[in-house]
Design a binder for this molecule. Sequence first.
Ligand code: SAM
Length: 247
Amino acid sequence: MRQLDSANGPATRRQPSAQTILNGEVHNWYRLRLGYSDHLVADLLDKFGLRAGDSVLDPFCGSGTSLVECMKKGIDSVGIDANPSSCFAATVKTNWQLQPTTLLSLLDDIERAFNRCLRSSTLCTDPTFLYLKETGMLERGWISHSPLLQSLAIKRAISDLHTSSSYKNALFLALIAEVVDGASNVKFGPELYCGPQTPSLAPRAPPSRLKPKMEQQKVVVFLREPKWGAGQSKRCSPRVLLCTTTT
Ligand SMILES: C[S@@+](CC[C@H](N)C(=O)[O-])C[C@H]1O[C@@H](n2cnc3c(N)ncnc32)[C@H](O)[C@@H]1O
């Protein structure tokens, strides 16, 4: 069993902070800023002696760090969260049955469709555009006009793909991560704030960014590994539940 307490660990080894991700893989597909680190969860699973055949309940699962770490060890898990977007991220990140070659070929399809989608006159009636406009977020500069239209064109291209919702959702999650980290002016310090506006014509969210992003984050490499994509994960069944409250 590994030591959790850095005070008891070897003097030369610095323990990473609780929110440091040591192994990006699926975790970085989309991460909550307040998400736990993979090593913290992995160490706790070891500390409790949990292994395949056991079950874990995470009632505040966020974007699914604990569920992903459980999957790696073949442990069944149930995650609950009140935030639909966290449930969406956790559901996508615990579907390891996607074929990496299909994902890459869909990214090529998106790239080909991008310019046609960008010319569409209906982007300004997209519900996301209307929401950002009506709430004043567009005017206040949370995202600049040009990157927004490019992001919506990618969204349209993903929606139009002839593929299953599992693949579309995986690509939507990659797009969301790209919008938060690249296309928008959202900054974390650690509180959320709106950074300086980008020049209106700066192309900050072209589809060509999605592909390297997914490769850099090792999602595709990860899913290619037989150990993960179609191996150990098949022996356990993570479930993500949206918790709704009534008053
Ligand atoms: C710190 S985050 C958890 C992060 C998670 N461990 C991860 O690594 O991604 C806390 C989560 O609790 C959820 N939450 C807060 N209150 C809740 C409630 N009453 N019921 C269910 N989920 C709740 C939030 O939506 C948020 O996703």
